[in-house]
Design a protein around this ligand. Structure first.
Ligand SMILES: O=C(O)CCC(=O)C(=O)O
Ligand SMILES: [Fe+2]
Length: 648
């Protein structure tokens, strides 16, 4: 060690004790064709777990040429092999080699890109059901997944099906730390990979036990078999921390002056490029590099609370899409393209996106929210009842327990614990469509002239602005959908999105939630799970915490959040409705969502402004080659839902 003064300071790796246990199954590891000892671990596992039938079955997804870095070669390529293999490979050339290798042994080779989409005929569960030998058992012996991307979702798909493989070997992304649950989007075109803890969490839900890890692969054994045959072979409790070490992780730390430093792996593993510190600096100018709290430094000490709001805003800014190029008159083409792609990426993944750059004034948003609060939460019920919705036409006030969002997906009875007020386009004379009823505002007699006027002014202004924003968002979505398809039927369906939507049936609903019976421990939603029916929904919430919007993602619910204060550039949630989803051949999902009570000691009422964008009633639509008007599509949708409800 040098004690001379190094101007760059000293940066070395310190020795830390390893917790990695070497006395588990890893001690049997060896490679014949595998990469990091997998061949030996697999051999040992199937010595421990006895065979229960004439042949054993394995499925190898991402089998490549059958030999290179293969985890199944040793089991299958052998004169007296007791194994039958189902080998799946997407790459055409490699597949040819795979067939040449396996044909003589009678194994099943499939040249398919396995899809992670739920109802695809290329999903792994579908392939196992339809493209395997007739005696292929549900509890087949060995599943090996290595597709460099959607591995998590393929495993998810199999575990949710009838199949219960005995042993699973699945690849994880070895750069991700052990305290990170990273699940890549469910999208066949995305290659992120998922973290080891995410895979283990998934497998544990289906009663699988992690038994060993190599550099890239996790081994999981069905719990009944683990208890009976494997447990005694492992002299410790097999957890992630003792079975794996992140040796390829990259971490970052910060110096007091704002310099960012990289620790650990300094190269991009799959791209073979260096990760250079000079490229990742946020403060890149030397003069900016100051420690803000150094003695004598000019301190602009903001209260901590403001700082955390600013941080929250920054975070939301970084995950929202800037749609300003679509909201101003002369948006630049390249910016528009960038924006369309970005919003579609978010929407394709889960039917939800965050947008900003709409040009709306923050004060107008706050005024609309605070007048919503005054009307729904503070005014006497008589004020609200002065504009009571008489039928289920969509204008005026609708009290708690009067409606049921989920009726459209077959739930019974009015059960939404939320107060609502709706406004829409002004009625055209003689128009009898359900969505073009006259507006009903609260009366002067019950609420006083000033309240009534201000409420109407701000809600109407917000409504008018949001209709424009919604149109811009739909244009933005339509541009990318159109440019990325060559399907002419789909293209003509999308035409409806780009027509002039000046006369429309868009409805603004004010929703007000507060603490009530459903906050007492019961997990019943305030608004039951549903999908929105229209084109898109654009949502804004206030800071209330008594209710939270959640969207469905595989088997769980994810909170949909906005900043707790409306930022200078307001951020909105966009949600795809059934009509748009139908029009684009379901490329964009209309995702199930619900509103749940939030239990907290100090519960603040929560208000929401939801603009449901709709076409004009007689807008012609082409959906899967059939033509109909928007009103006909809606009626049909509602009739189908009611039919389904009748069957329950
Ligand atoms: O209040 C919310 O967060 C959204 C309610 C909702 O899903 C709807 O109005 O369709
Ligand atoms: Fe909704």
């Amino acid at each position: 060690m040098s004690y001379l003064n190094d101007p760059n300071g000293t940066v070395r790796k310190a020795k830390t004790p390893s917790h990695r246990r070497q006395d588990g199954l890893i001690k049997y590891s060896y490679d014949k064709t595998s990469q990091s000892g997998e061949d030996g671990i697999i051999e040992k596992l199937f010595q421990l777990i006895p065979s229960t039938r004439d042949r054993r079955y394995l499925v190898d997804v991402g089998a490549w040429d059958g030999k290179h870095l293969s985890n199944s070669y040793s089991l299958l390529i052998n004169e007296n092999s007791e194994w039958h293999g189902v080998l799946i490979e997407a790459d055409g050339e490699k597949f040819q080699d795979l067939v040449d290798l396996h044909k003589p042994y009678g194994n099943t080779c499939l040249n398919v890109t396995v899809s992670c989409m739920r109802h695809s005929t290329q999903s792994l569960a579908y392939l196992l059901r339809h493209s395997t030998p007739s005696d292929f058992p549900d509890d087949f012996e060995f599943l090996c997944i290595d597709v460099d991307g959607t591995d998590y979702w393929l495993l998810h798909d199999v575990l949710h099906s009838q199949f219960k493989p005995q042993v699973i070997c699945v690849e994880f992304n070895p750069t991700m730390p052990h305290d990170l649950i990273y699940i890549q989007p469910r999208d066949d075109n995305i290659r992120h990979g998922s973290s080891l803890p995410a895979l283990v969490e998934l497998a544990e839900q289906f009663d699988y036990q992690l038994v060993e890890c190599t550099c890239y692969n996790a081994f999981l054994v069905r719990r009944d078999l683990y208890n009976q045959y494997v447990r005694d072979e492992i002299p410790f409790e097999p957890t992630i921390d003792v079975l794996h070490e992140v040796t390829m992780g990259t971490s970052m730390y910060q110096l007091y002056d704002g310099t960012l430093k990289i620790h650990g792996c300094k190269k991009m593993l799959w791209h073979r490029l260096p990760i250079l510190e000079e490229k990742i600096q946020i403060l890149d100018k030397k003069e900016d590099k100051l420690f803000p709290f150094a003695p004598g430094a000019e301190l602009d000490q903001k209260p901590v609370i403001e700082e955390s709001i600013a941080n929250e805003e920054k975070m939301f800014q970084s995950i929202s899409v800037d749609i300003s190029s679509y909201c101003k008159p002369d948006g630049i083409v390249e910016e528009k393209q960038h924006c369309s792609r970005a919003i579609l990426d978010q929407l394709k993944a889960d039917g939800f996106a965050l947008v900003r750059g709409t040009g709306i004034d923050k004060d107008l948003c706050n005024k609309a929210l605070s007048w919503t609060h005054k009307f729904l939460q503070e005014a006497p019920e008589a004020v609200r009842r002065s504009c009571l919705t008489k039928d289920r036409a969509r204008r005026g006030y609708s009290p708690q327990n009067a409606e049921n969002f989920a009726s459209l997906i077959g739930e019974q009875g009015p059960n939404d614990l939320v107060k609502k007020f709706r406004v829409g386009p002004e009625n055209e004379e003689g128009d009898s469509f359900a969505l073009t009823q006259p507006n009903a505002w609260p009366t002067e007699e019950t609420w006083g002239l000033e309240n009534v006027q201000l409420f109407q002014k701000y809600i109407q202004e917000y409504y008018d602005y949001l209709c424009k924003i919604a149109n811009a968002i739909v244009q933005c979505i339509a541009d990318e959908l159109k440019s990325s398809t060559s399907d002419s039927t789909l293209e003509s369906s999308l035409d409806a999105l780009t027509v002039d939507n000046e006369s429309h049936t868009s409805i603004l609903t004010l929703l007000g939630y507060r603490k009530g019976a459903r906050h007492q421990g019961c997990k019943k939603p305030l608004v039951a799970a549903h999908t929105d029916v229209g084109v898109i929904t654009v949502l804004l919430f206030d800071a209330g915490n008594s209710a939270v919007l959640q969207r469905a993602e595989s088997d769980t619910w994810i909170d949909v959040k906005l900043p707790t204060q409306v930022p200078n550039d307001p951020i909105f949630v966009v949600n795809i409705g059934d009509c748009l989803s139908d029009l684009c051949g379901n490329i964009l999902p209309s995702t199930l969502h619900r509103v749940m009570p939030r239990n907290s000691k100090d519960t603040i009422p929560r208000n929401c402004l939801a603009l449901f964008q709709g076409f004009k009633s007689d807008q012609k639509l082409q959906i899967s080659g059939q033509s109909m008007t928007y009103e006909e599509w809606r009626k049909n949708k509602i009739a189908k839902a009611q039919e389904a409800q009748g069957k329950i």
